[in-house]
Design a protein around this ligand. Sequence first.
Ligand code: ATP
Ligand code: MG
Ligand code: FE
Length: 343
Amino acid sequence: MKILAIESSCDETAAAVVEDGRKVSSSVVNSQIAEHKIYGGVVPEIASRRHMENIVPVTQEALSQAGISLEEIDAVGVTAAPGLIGALLVGVNYAKGICMATGKPLIPVHHIRGHVAANYIASPELKPPFLCLIVSGGHSHIVEVLDYTRYRIVGYTHDDAAGEAFDKSARAMGFPYPGGIYIDQAAKRGDPGKYKLPKPRVEGSPYDFSFSGLKTAVINLLHNAQQKGEAVDRDSLAASFQQTICEILTDHLEKAAKELGYCVITAAGGVSANSGLRFCLEKMCRENGYSLHIPPLSLCGDNAAMVGAQAYFEFLAGNTAGFDLNASPSKNIETGFSLERPL
Ligand code: ATP
Ligand code: MG
Ligand code: FE
C-alpha cells in the first residue's frame, strides 16, 4: 500500500511516499529554521504562511522523486495533531483537497505516534510491544508501545520538554535557535565534569521528568558568573548540561524497562539525534542486554516519512477520517485518532 504523507505541524513542511509502513520511496523536508532563527524561536504566523507557499511544491517533489502519480497513491496520511494550529490546518486542509479530488482515503496521524514510527522504517524487523523514550521539542515521554496504535504513557514531563530544556539553556549560553545541535557540538569539546548541575526529580513519580530546575541552574550559573566578572567555559557548561540531562533520561528509562519487563528499547523525536544521549542509551542497553533502536538522524527531527509509516498502521486499524476532520493543537498520544472522538 502506497501512502502519500504530509507533515506541517511546526516549522518543517514535509511530504513523503511510503510503502507498507516501512519502505520510503521519497521524503522531502523543507525547513524554515533559517527564517525563525532571527526571532529566536518559531513564529506561528510565519510558519503557517510558509507552509501555504511550500506545501504544493514539496508534495510535487515527493511524488516526482518516488516516480508516482496521485492516481497511483492508495491513501493520504496527514499530521492532524498536536502542533501549531495554523500550521496543522494547512496540511490537513491540503490533504482533504487531494482526497476529495482523487477519492482516496484520508488518514489522520498523531505527530508523536509518527516520531515513534520512524523506528519501523529504520528497523524493518521491529514490532511492538516495546518501550520508547520520546524526546522532542514539545514532548518528553516514556511510553509503552503496546501495539502499532495502542500506547500507555509511563512517564512524562511536569514542565519543560527535553528539547525545550536544550533550546532554552542553549539560548542562555548564547547559541542560536534551535540550540540542541549547538550544545551537542560544543559538548564534544568540553569537560562534562566541570560544572555540577542538579538532577531534579518528581516526588513519588520515578519515571516522570522535570527539567525547568536544570535549565534555571544553567541560567543562574551564567548570571552569577557575569555579575562576578568571571568567565564561563561554555563548552564545558554545554557538556555538563548534556551529560546531566542524558543521565536523567537514561536512568528513568532503565528503571521503567526493568520494572515493566521490557528488553526492546527505542527512542524517538528530535533530541534522539543527540550524540550524548545515543551514547548513554547504547551503554545502558548493552549493560542490560536490551536491544536498542534509534532512527538515523534524518528521521529524528520532523519529516513526513514517519507520518507515512504510522498512517499505514492507522489505516490497518481502521482509523480513517471524513471531511469533517479538524486539526488539534494538543492531543494525547494514547487517544490519537483511534476512537474518532470529537476533536
Ligand atoms: P514535537 O515533536 O514535540 O511536536 P518538534 O516537532 O518541534 O516538537 P522535533 O522536531 O522532534 O520537535 O525536535 C526538535 C527538537 O530537537 C529541538 O528542541 C532541537 O533543539 C532538538 N534537537 C535536534 N538535534 C539535537 C541534538 N543533536 N541534540 C539535542 N537536541 C537536538
Ligand atoms: Mg522543527
Ligand atoms: Fe516533532
